[in-house]
Design a protein. Structure first.
Lengths: 232, 232
DNA sequence: GCTCAACCTTGACGTGGGTCAAATATTCGT
DNA sequence: ACGAATATTTGACCCACGTCAAGGTTGAGC
């Protein structure tokens, strides 16, 4: 019996399309690894060596300019696939935001396995297409929305993303209270804003009674309608 | 003999992985279509009905907010694949920028065909992964670069993208003179800037002797080093 | 409980790029 | 070639957001 049998993301990660024999084989070329918050797994610009499934925790994908400006270009949640299969360099760093647990593969092993399992490639294709759609939607926010709209949109996104994954039920309701897995600085890096602007917008929403901020990381949505209006 | 035998993108589009029998079969479910500049093929938010290969010309992928702000989230060149296979809604409009010619499929037919041809899905996966990388890189530009950096980066990108596709040789040199396939407004929509700002930055680069602007659409790169420096 | 180091908030101020308006340039139809 | 429509440039102005600079909070380690 492989450790996959008890894996919490067994039915949500790309492994879901594999039968138990195939999962066993995949397990044979992978290994678990724990990451501490802040630990990097993949570095921008390096040759693509590793790919992984996220089991637990959250990671950021990021790029930066030479002069130190950083942009978070994606966030990986449990069951998401990370890394760059099929050859190229990895163009984005991957860093744990929280303590995390991943199921790690040597890229070459994974590529070979995928080549032999079209169903896995199909699953990966569907995910990648969905991720591309989401990324493109985010471009509109980065390029065109005001700071207020960005922060409001971000909070709404968080409230639906952070729903506990109770099995694979997709009809989960958004949360009205949650803990942000990001620091203010990281929120700025996601939204293309400075930390000060993020802080000011959050304070404003709080002052207007739209949200509550019980503590540094917690957010409470008090008036969802107003928040949606602010999101534009 | 199918029309694919003489297709200029036969060896560069996703069809390249298919043998002549398979191409024949794919050809059976597709059809050619000419688009005029400005003509839309796919509308944001609609059910995904069509997918296509670009044979000739260029198309934009775009989203907008309700209040009329638009953002171009991608540009499709000859041999690129457009549309949203596998189920979902299409989240971006697709509109011809120039007169264009595409090889069109009903999404359902294409999905079925792809399901039966893993090599095609693999090719599509590789393309989608590459497109996702490029899109994420663009996010850094949208979120963090100044107007000057944006315009300079854009011009450099154009100078390498607009190289005539002489077969599949990838080692083509960037052009030092080319015609933009975009209006100033569209450049603004790509860079997340207003038309005025684009115009001012172009004028500035011209005044500084970095580029020449022989006419509305033409661009001449006079000092590539300086342009690269401006791109940050 | 105290200290130190992050982290976050708040304020004052400056500026890049948006907005509005008008002048030019180019294209197109006749 | 002429006039109308469209695209681009240019200028004046202003405001949202970045920058710089203090404070406040929070929490981990002692």
């Amino acid at each position: 019996m492989s450790s996959c049998d008890t894996c919490v993301v067994r039915n949500r990660a790309i492994c879901a399309v594999l039968d138990s024999k195939e999962v066993e084989a995949l397990n044979g070329i992978g290994r678990r690894r724990n990451l501490e918050a802040g630990e990097a797994l993949i570095w921008e610009g390096e040759e693509s060596v590793l790919v992984a499934n996220v089991i637990e925790g959250m990671l950021k994908l990021s790029t930066g300019t030479e002069d130190g400006r950083e942009q978070i270009v994606g966030v990986a949640y449990p069951s998401d696939f990370i890394g760059r299969p099929f050859g190229a360099r990895t163009s984005h760093s991957v860093t744990a935001l929280t303590d995390a647990r991943v199921c790690l593969f040597a890229r070459k092993d994974f590529d070979r396995f995928a080549g032999e399992h079209p169903a896995l490639e199909q699953k990966l294709l569907r995910r990648t297409l969905a991720e591309l759609d989401r990324t493109r939607d985010w471009m509109l926010l980065l390029a065109r929305k005001s700071a207020e709209e960005k922060v409001a949109t971000f909070l709404l996104e968080m409230s639906s993303r952070l729903v506990e994954p109770g099995c694979e039920a997709p009809g989960d309701k958004p949360l009205d209270r949650f803990d942000l897995p990001f620091s203010r600085q990281q929120i700025g890096d996601i939204l293309g804003l400075t930390i000060e602007t993020v802080s000011r917008q959050m304070t404003r929403l709080k002052r207007d009674g739209v949200i509550g901020l019980p503590n540094r990381r917690a957010v409470e949505i008090l008036d969802r309608q107003a928040l949606e209006a602010s999101a534009g």
